[in-house]
Design a protein around this ligand. Structure first.
Ligand code: BG6
Length: 485
């Protein structure tokens, strides 16, 4: 394990992410004795707060977002002692000297967590450099949105790279911090069972679903500019696809794993021009009932009409030897029937059924990797129903069930950011996204968006609380495939 850093600097410290995720995650690490003894955490943001006021803010965040059984008054007090605050207008170069002064001696290393609006990236990086906060013992974690397309993402990455070399740049995709996402590696490369058939010969198709029940959540300014394709597919879903489709890496390290992922991302078959209208479906939710409540439609929530898609489904292909001809159906949306992130791997049928002439009907094996809210790996296999079979063999699909919640019941589930913040502090880049990956992701996404322009694709309405527009069903049904619902 590498040497942990002595100081942590959080930009956007009074924001929503900080409140909901970062502060509770840091506390979780602190309470388990995983933070270096002398680590101080400096928060910075636009608002003027004293150290004491920032500690109050953090105390409230913990009170609201920690489960009751994690609230330990002694541990909370000691955690709050680590915190301090410095006001900063990120666009004002003049303010960074005071920030450096507040941080004090950074000779034991400084880790920075930067989440900011795109327009502040460049000034922030310049400010950090001007105040001596970008030297060889400083690393930087970057939270999305890192641009809205390939050119703007390059601009941000260039600005960062002018000061921080790639090995000190940690791009966050919080899906990679999720336990069940990392479990894809264990499942594929820790078992000999799947790999021999993990290819076009053994697999019929793959489905990746990330459905949410939430709507805009007060993020109109951001979401309406990006839509579901850029908010969810460009990053989280493509990372899931890369983990499912990649070749076995030679080592468990940042270089080997990311080398393999980027090869997949670069092998995505471009969906461009009019094809974008055939291989994708976009939708926007209208009013309906979601999780038992009547909810407004997107345009109503937004207060104006919009062309932003709150749902997208895509039929993708990975053009290499392993995956030739295997469709990857991807979909994500807001205000859908339920919150569910899962990967479904549908295997091919047996080459010849010996049961057919005795009336037995076979279904192909299915592997379901449920990432959230439940955590399980379920393999559906055929079994014979008990009986004397006088009227033919009855076969039924039954699950071989690995419930991670059950098998690892004694182990606390951590917030994805706990893992990522600790890896940032310790300098392990394996679960962070490399620049070449991000650029391959944007290249594929930008072509789809350009195709939507060409084909004048408009989002189709779907009622809140449903699985999206009916065209999304047609997208798979015309291949004889049904979404796992
Ligand atoms: C974020 C998106 O990256 O991921 C949000 O910006 C989305 O729109 C969120 O709600 C989903 O994350 P999770 O961990 O709840 O699946």
């Amino acid at each position: 394990m590498r040497q942990p850093f002595g100081k942590l600097l959080l930009f956007g410290a009074t924001g929503d992410l900080s409140q909901r995720m970062l502060i509770p995650s840091l506390y979780g690490l602190h309470a388990d004795g995983l933070l270096p003894q002398d680590l101080t955490i400096t928060g910075t943001a636009r608002s003027t707060l004293s150290d004491a006021e920032f500690r109050d803010f953090a105390a409230k965040a913990l009170d609201t977002h920690l489960p009751e059984d994690r609230k330990d008054a002694g541990a909370i007090a000691a955690f709050l002692d680590r915190l301090q605050y410095q006001q900063l207008d990120a666009s004002d170069l003049g303010g960074y000297a005071a920030l450096a002064e507040k941080l004090g001696d950074i000779s034991n290393g400084l880790a920075i967590f930067l989440s900011t609006a795109p327009k502040f990236f460049e000034p922030t990086i310049k400010g950090l450099a001007s105040a001596g906060l970008a030297g060889s013992n400083v690393r930087i974690g970057l939270e999305k949105p890192l641009g809205t397309d390939l050119p703007t993402s390059r601009e941000i990455n260039d600005a960062v790279a002018s000061v921080f070399p790639e090995e000190r740049t940690f791009r966050i995709d919080h899906y990679l911090g999720k336990e069940t996402v990392q479990n894809i590696l264990a499942l594929r490369f820790g078992n000999s069972l799947f790999e021999p058939i993990w290819n076009a010969a053994g697999i019929d198709h793959v489905q990746i679903t990330v459905s949410e029940t939430v709507g805009l959540e007060g993020r109109a300014g951001y979401y309406d500019e990006v839509g579901a394709l850029r908010d969810m597919v460009q990053n989280h879903i493509l990372q899931l696809l890369a983990l499912i489709a990649m070749e076995p890496p030679a080592r468990f390290d940042g270089t080997s794993i990311r080398d393999e992922k980027v090869k997949v991302l670069r092998s995505l078959r471009p969906i461009a021009g009019r094809e974008a209208g055939d291989l994708t479906v976009t939708g926007q939710y209208t009013g309906g009932a979601s999780t038992g409540k009547i909810v407004a439609g997107y345009a109503e929530e937004l207060g104006k009409d919009s062309r932003a898609e709150t749902f997208v489904a895509i039929k993708a292909h990975v053009d290499n030897w392993r995956w030739q001809g295997v469709p990857f159906y991807l979909r994500t949306g807001k205000r859908m029937t339920e919150r569910r992130s899962e990967i479904v791997v549908q295997f091919k049928p047996v080459p010849h059924s010996i049961f057919a002439e005795r009336g037995g009907v076979l279904q192909s094996n299915t592997l379901i990797i449920r990432i959230q809210p439940e955590e399980y790996v379920r393999l559906l296999v055929m079994a014979k129903e008990p009986g004397l079979d006088r009227e033919g063999v009855r076969l039924r699909e039954v699950p071989l069930n690995l419930s991670l919640e059950h098998e690892f019941a004694g182990t606390r589930r951590r917030i994805a950011y706990e893992r990522l913040l600790l890896d940032l502090l310790e300098g392990d880049p394996t679960l962070f996204v490399r620049r070449d990956e991000v650029e391959a992701q944007w290249t594929w996404i930008d072509a789809i968006r350009a195709g939507w322009e060409t084909a004048d694709v408009k989002p189709k309405p779907y009622a809140a609380g449903t699985w999206g527009p009916s065209a999304a069903i047609a997208l798979t049904e015309r291949d004889g495939v049904t979404w796992n619902e």
